[in-house]
Design a protein around this ligand. Structure first.
Ligand code: ADE
Ligand code: ZN
Ligand code: ZN
Length: 236
């Protein structure tokens, strides 16, 4: 996601944290919020010493294939990245510095896990090479999903967070259930649907925005709820 998407995920997660998790996280983040640190994973891209984390923001494998059966990138991917963050945070021997770093990365990657185009295809780099028009301007499908749809709301991240769906206890449990791998397959399904409904060079605008805005909002909300579920598990 772009900046707003990551902030919404962080803001929503905050509401679902246990008391214990909230306290531990506040200590590690010097009282900054999850929304505040949610774009750290992208901000460090400006420093070449963090280049090896680049492939941890996404995973690519063919439509119809299983992740488990597909050749893995030796540089890692979003599943390997999220599991690494969890391992570091659960390990009492990890340094405080590592815990802070990997906590900020986990907040970021749980956002990206819910961006359908981050569970993409290698041949077009997750839609980065899939050219489309957005309200008349040339762009690509990845950017439309990272930020253009959300920006067209003209709302701040806290307004978008406040407009999240009200969920029953049953709905909440269903969202929290499972593992990062299961959640990755939810995004993959949406990605396949998006490719079935979008053509290269297509002129996208308000119809596309209204067709997908609830899917997008729901993905941000699920990302936040599941991030909180992971953090509540880590901090007991
Ligand atoms: N670069 C290559 N594939 C990508 C993807 N699926 N998402 C983001 N960046 C990428
Ligand atoms: Zn992206
Ligand atoms: Zn990212």
């Amino acid at each position: 996601w772009g900046k707003t998407g990551h902030r919404v995920t962080g803001e929503i997660a905050e509401k679902y944290l246990s008391k214990k998790a909230k306290k531990e996280i506040s200590k590690l983040l010097d009282a900054h919020s999850l929304a505040f640190v949610s774009n750290f994973g992208d901000d460090i891209k400006s420093d070449a010493k963090f280049d090896h984390f680049g492939p941890w923001h996404y995973v690519n494998f063919p439509f119809g294939a299983r992740y488990e059966d597909s050749p893995k990138s030796e540089k890692g991917d979003i599943i390997i990245g999220i599991n690494k963050c969890i391992t570091i945070l659960k390990d009492d021997r990890s340094s405080r510095e590592d815990k802070v770093f990997y906590l900020k990365m986990l907040v970021h990657f749980m956002g990206d896990l819910h961006q359908p185009l981050h569970i993409g295809l290698a041949e077009d780099k997750g839609g980065n090479d899939f050219q489309v028009r957005w309200f008349g301007e040339g762009t690509n499908l990845h950017t439309v999903w990272d930020s253009s749809i959300l920006e067209s709301y003209q709302m701040s991240y806290s307004e978008i967070s406040k407009n999240a769906d009200v969920l029953s206890e049953r709905q909440l449990e269903a969202i929290q259930k499972g593992t990062p791998l299961d959640w990755m397959y939810d995004s993959r399904k949406l990605c396949e649907n998006i490719y079935e409904n979008t053509k290269v060079g297509e002129k996208l605008g308000y119809e596309y925005m209204y067709k997908y805005m609830n899917v997008l909002r729901s993905q941000l909300q699920k990302g936040g709820i599941r991030l909180a579920a992971l953090l509540n598990n880590i901090y007991g």
